[in-house]
Write a protein that binds this ligand. Structure first.
Ligand SMILES: *Cc1c(COP(=O)(O)O)cnc(C)c1O
Length: 438
């Protein structure tokens, strides 16, 4: 019988094994990243044990003297990074940010337009039948934005027509959400904002994936292109701790504040707010260089994989302008088995639906695609030449079918040289070092 102390030791053992594994792996999940040692230090502070309900300076808890100063600083730095009039850093994740945004701008029964999940959309803008947040939690009626499969982007003319058709049927959209979980190219906000505003709908933009690219000024600038409100995750291309946020204009401040609290959060994970503030300072200093290297790396990895025989989508337009690439993997298996096989060689990617998968009878567990993101390997200091080495490892597994143990050994050796976090002020601690404070 395991004693409580055995269980306790066992959990620490698992945590340590996880760290050791990631030290030796190539992490290519598009939604993931690593924070700096400085951010890791901020998130183990006592801020994580406190409450601070309300707006800084107007809390309903005592003990917030330093917490308020940090949160005001976080808001100030976020405003600077995104050139935003209003910022709320209390949503504890991207999902909670979207829930707050829906609460501020819609009523149950309203129509929301967004991309479907196979077309890159996120579960937060999913239909009720699919258990999506917009449908199942907020009671919104979800209509899909049409995607041009070849261009891997929203089809502007079809979207305009659909907005008009819905208006004629008496169900015009109340909210249109741009942004997605797979979007290699900037979305056409500018081309659609007038059509959306003309039916009195709100233009939203879900920047969960691309917040770091926007902050580094290497993607698009949704607030200048017509967005009324932008929701964020702070840990995908943005290299902060796992948290959320909302950007908007002063005119929307009060309804967003109210939707966040008391609507969506009680405590708002103050240690993560502290970590985010540190990440904002790093982003202000290093963001441009970091984001521009991400885009270069994504293009380089796509090109290298394409040249080695992989069907990387959107070749005719340079594969990507963001951190993410999408590959039709059906020649070599399905996304689920490819994910499992690569994991055995310490290459961590994820399966992904292709826009046409559902129509072709594939489903999420065994989709036709894989998605690869380069934010984390970029943060580890890798550049274009490392991208072609990574492409070669993937080819050796999927095309040459080399013994997995052999590739794994080479991956581990390759990773030895990339243990530090880049684009930060201090890197005394290795990126995946297990830190013991007991
Ligand atoms: C990841 C993601 C979210 C959710 O973010 P969390 O921080 O994981 O809650 C929301 N929207 C999109 C488009 C995403 O990709």
């Amino acid at each position: 019988m395991a004693t409580p102390k055995d269980e306790y030791d066992h959990v620490f053992n698992l945590l340590q094994q996880h760290h050791e594994w990631f030290q030796k792996s190539i992490p290519l999940i598009a939604s993931e990243n690593i924070p700096s040692p400085a951010v890791r230090e901020a998130i183990v502070t006592d801020f994580g044990n406190r409450y601070a309900e309300g707006w800084p300076g107007e809390r309903v808890y005592a003990g917030c003297r330093f917490i308020d100063q940090v949160e005001f600083k976080c808001i100030e730095l976020m405003k600077k990074l995104f050139n935003a009039e209003f910022v709320d850093v209390r949503p504890i994740s991207g999902v909670v940010a979207n829930l707050a945004v829906y609460t501020a701008f819609t009523e149950p029964g309203d129509t929301l337009m967004a991309l479907s999940i196979p077309c890159g959309g996120h579960i937060t803008s999913g239909k009720k039948e699919l258990g999506g947040t917009a449908g199942a939690v907020k009671g919104l009626n979800v209509e899909y934005l049409p995607l041009d499969y070849k261009e891997l982007n929203i089809d502007v003319d079809k979207a305009k027509n659909k907005i008009q058709e819905l208006a004629v049927k008496g169900k015009p959209p109340k909210f249109v959400m741009f942004g997605a979980s797979v979007f290699p190219f900037p979305h056409p906000i500018k081309d659609l904002a007038d059509a959306i505003h003309s039916v009195n709908a709100t233009v939203g933009y879900d920047a969960a994936h691309v917040a770091g690219l926007i902050a580094g000024q290497q993607f698009q600038d949704p607030l200048r292109e017509g967005a009324d409100v932008v929701s964020l995750s702070t840990h995908k291309t943005f290299f902060g701790p796992q948290h959320g946020g909302i950007l908007s204009w002063e005119r929307n401040a009060e309804k967003i504040k109210k939707a966040t609290f008391p609507g969506m959060v009680s405590n708002h994970h103050l240690h993560e707010v502290a970590g985010l503030t540190i990440a904002c300072a790093e982003m202000l200093e290093f963001g441009r260089e970091y984001a521009s290297q991400i885009v270069k790396n994504a293009k380089a990895l796509a090109q290298a994989l394409y040249e080695k025989g992989f069907n990387v989508l959107a070749e005719h337009k340079g594969f990507t302008q963001s951190h993410v690439i999408l590959i039709d993997i059906t020649t070599y298996g399905d996304g689920g088995t490819v994910e499992e096989t690569l994991e055995k060689t310490n290459i961590i990617i994820n399966r992904n639906l292709l826009p046409w998968d559902i129509k072709e009878g594939r489903h999420f567990m065994h989709p036709g695609g894989i998605r690869i993101g380069v934010s984390e390997v970029t943060r580890l200091g890798m550049k274009e030449s490392e991208m072609s080495e990574i492409a070669d490892f993937i080819k050796r597994v999927m095309i040459n079918k080399e013994p997995l143990e052999q590739v794994k050994a080479d991956v581990e050796e390759f990773r030895n040289d990339y243990q530090k976090t880049h684009y930060c002020f201090e890197d005394a601690t290795d990126a995946y070092k297990y830190i013991k404070i007991r």
